[in-house]
Design a protein around this ligand. Structure first.
Ligand code: SF4
Ligand code: SF4
Length: 734
């Protein structure tokens, strides 16, 4: 056979095929109206620029909409989702080719193209769509993961896709068998149906079945297409759009600024308070449940579910758009108003419906459970921004209603009064410098870096040790550094995450002004929250600093040979990634390098590590909240660390230090596991071997002992010589 002649008769056995065009038109109108409905709602959102940096956005679409990299993090899901998506793309191209050939006289369904693409490839991809649908159904109805949403709509979608493909093969099989198609081998799956039919049906029966099924296939396919914009399948269009319009900044920089001069209502309590991109987010949700599955609050049994917030706000937007957006139709326009209640003209505004609490998933109790860890955003395959919406709603509760948990109120009050969030602390911001040679920036204008201690690092006793270790390491490396001391105020991170944007702005402006006064260029901090604020949020207030987490700076000093670790322990160490360092700013390696420097043993990774790290429970103001004893995020994480069998849980954040120590103490039982900051580990490895530790005896004299030999009371030193010894020997701790 001459393959150049290969083709098939389009519309074989079908009379009046033109009838499908009016049906197609109806489909277009119904689907078009569905799409218009979405646009008409999105355009009610506030403006935001998400159409810049086009090249980056297109790249993102290729990576996550076309290649589906995030979806494929779950191998099984990624596999069947790609089968269905790519299969549909191939089937759509094939249908277009048929239309071009039949209606535009292109005659392209010929020869090798017909055989290799239109017959073989299309046949295989049609079968793969069925396999993909079967895998999806098996997961949904046999494995039944908890994170999915089980609706009739989802079941009907899977059933429809499977049925449409099956119809295609039946129609193809009956045509092949009835016409004894000479190119039948190029359509392997259609051919199977053909053989099966030939064995059981007469030619006449096959012709009739072909005719009836062809029209049924056409009708159901068109109905399916018209249905898409009214279901979650709309994500076929909204997912790529949402990925294209994603926020291209690090996750730590995703909170919106408020223009206090122009804004009337602070925070969000109606759909009108969201941007158009937030509204697109709602329609892009695929209901995969990944966000809720990784949410630490949800994992310990709390009410918060980022998936439900998105889905329920979406339904709220579509079920009653007129009230949700506060729209009133003109009296004489009522007749023109479509059945779904969306007026065609927004002629008069009325107060939009409140969302907080009206939409069950946005109940205040749930909103106050968010640690702002951003795990939900990182997990979402279509780049929905759940956490900023939660903070938007918190802002409303805090700034408009003054309704937020008492313990958070105490922290906010303390921030306003004292510049730090702790109510009971007796320490001052410079207590940790006792016996150390640390200068205030005003006495060290030539300092190359500023060590920003943060409230935890300067006021919480346990974290003061971390700050001391960092200072000692900087001193050992010969770094000319200084501190802001009593002039340092909270970076504003807790205020911002709790929802008090006004307080955050005040603190940010004050700190930036202070730092600029001393012409600070480089900042090091052991607090990832301060690190994130300096790096991602202070530039908007004129704070343009080179910012380093202490782990990054110390790792560089080691690499440059300025810190020379001299001992390695035998400890097994596991590292807990702080959310604001790792997931939100992409710093994963530096703290791990410090861990590995300090021990001979290979460090252990917890299952939930790096971008999948599980929150300590202390972000978003949650470290100031007393959680129910049976729903503590820190204990969940502590258990994971204990289960690794590590001797040390390494951290790189003062909040993590507090939360993890509490969690470990609650869960460790007989096990011996300590929580240490990475700088403490490095200092342990780098401090001079003959380190001396001060002892204060009952007689009031100070003594020193050599740790190397562990001999007690080698010398009774005078106050003067003691201080001189301190300077000489770089004493850590106290
Ligand atoms: S930011 Fe974290 S705690 Fe908040 S909803 Fe997302 S996953 Fe849950
Ligand atoms: S918000 Fe994103 S991660 Fe959550 S259910 Fe929807 S698509 Fe999935």
């Amino acid at each position: 056979m001459n393959t150049a002649e290969a083709t098939r008769q389009i519309y074989w056995n079908i009379s009046h095929p033109w009838a499908m065009y009016p049906l197609l038109l109806i489909t277009g109108v119904v689907a078009g109206y569905g799409i218009y409905r979405h646009f008409s709602r999105w355009r009610r959102g506030l403006p935001v620029n998400r159409l810049d940096r086009r090249a980056e956005r297109i790249k993102l679409v290729f990576k996550h909409a076309v290649a589906q990299q995030r979806t494929a993090r779950n191998i099984y899901v990624g596999f069947f989702h790609r089968l269905i998506t790519y299969g549909f793309v191939v089937l759509t191209i094939a249908t277009t080719v048929v239309a071009l050939d039949a209606d535009f006289g292109t005659s392209i369904m010929r020869g090798n193209f017909y055989l290799y693409f239109q017959s073989f490839t299309v046949d295989v991809f049609g079968a793969l769509v069925m396999v993909g649908t079967g895998m999806a159904a098996a997961r949904r109805y046999i494995a039944r993961p908890k994170k999915l949403v089980y609706t009739n709509e989802s079941a009907l979608i899977l059933f429809s896709i499977f049925l449409l493909c099956l119809q295609g093969f039946l129609v193809e099989g009956w045509r092949i068998a009835a016409t004894d198609d000479p190119w039948r081998a190029w359509s392997p799956f259609g051919n199977l149906f053909a053989y099966a039919s030939s064995a059981t049906m007469s030619i006449g029966a096959m012709q009739w079945a072909h005719w009836a099924t062809w029209w049924f296939h056409l009708a159901t396919t068109l109905a399916f297409m018209a249905w898409i914009p009214y279901t979650k399948m709309m994500h076929i269009f909204t997912a790529p759009l949402n990925i294209y319009t994603a926020n291209l900044v690090p996750l730590g920089a995703t909170l919106k600024n408020i223009d206090f001069e122009k804004t009337e209502t602070f925070g969000v309590n109606s759909l009108k308070g969201f941007t158009w991109k937030d509204l697109v987010d709602f329609d892009a949700c695929t209901e995969c449940g990944r966000c809720t599955a990784v949410c630490p609050a949800h994992a310990v049994g709390k009410e918060l579910s980022p998936r439900d917030i998105i889905i329920q706000l979406r339904d709220f937007m579509h079920e009653n758009p007129r009230d949700a957006f506060g729209l009133v139709a003109a009296k004489n326009e009522a007749a023109l108003t479509p059945a779904d209640g969306e007026p065609t003209v927004d002629v008069e505004a009325k107060p939009p419906l409140a969302i907080i609490g009206t939409v069950p998933a946005t109940a205040p109790e749930a909103l106050w459970q968010c640690t702002t860890c951003a795990a939900c955003m990182e997990a979402c395959p279509v780049f929905i921004e759940q956490m900023p919406k939660i903070v938007d709603m918190r802002r409303f509760l805090v700034m408009e209603e003054a309704e937020f948990p008492d313990s958070m109120q105490a922290a906010v009050l303390s921030l306003e009064k004292r510049g730090h969030p702790y109510s009971g602390t007796q320490a001052t911001r410079v207590d940790w410098t006792k016996d150390l040679n640390v200068k205030h920036i005003s006495d060290a204008q030539d300092a190359e870096v500023l060590l920003w201690t943060g409230c935890g690092g300067s006021l919480i006793e346990r974290n003061q040790k971390v700050t001391r270790a960092t200072a000692l390491l900087l001193e050992q490396a010969g770094v000319n550094f200084a501190i802001l001391g009593r002039d340092e105020k909270c970076s504003g991170d807790p205020a911002r995450r709790i929802g008090n944007e006004f307080l955050f702005e005040t603190l940010a402006q004050e700190n930036v002004k202070n730092l600029n006064k001393y012409q600070v260029k480089k900042v090091i901090t052991a607090c990832p929250h301060c690190f994130n604020t300096f790096k991602n949020e202070y530039p908007q207030y004129g704070g343009m600093f080179e910012v380093y987490h202490h782990s990054e700076y110390l790792a560089k000093l080691v690499a440059d040979g300025k810190i020379k670790p001299i001992t390695e322990s035998e400890q097994k160490i596991t590292f807990h990634d702080p959310c604001y360092l790792g997931r939100q700013n992409g710093v994963y390696e530096a703290p791990r390098e410090l861990v590995q420097i300090s021990t001979r043993k290979k460090s252990i990774e917890m299952e939930r590590s790096r971008n999948k790290s599980f929150c300590c429970g202390g972000g978003g103001g949650m470290s100031f909240v007393d959680e129910p004893a049976d729903k503590r995020v820190n204990q969940n994480r502590a258990q994971e660390a204990i289960d690794t069998g590590a001797d040390v849980l390494a951290v790189g954040c003062p909040f993590c230090m507090t939360m993890m120590e509490d969690g470990i103490n609650a869960r460790k039982g007989e096990k011996d596991i300590r929580v240490m900051d990475v700088s403490e580990l490095l200092w342990e490895a780098s401090k001079p071997k003959e380190e001396i530790s001060p002892q204060i005896n009952t007689d009031g004299h100070r003594y020193i002992r050599k740790e190397q030999t562990n001999l007690l009371l080698i010398t009774d030193v005078t106050q003067e010589s003691f201080q001189s010894a301190m300077r000489t020997h770089l004493i850590a701790g106290g």
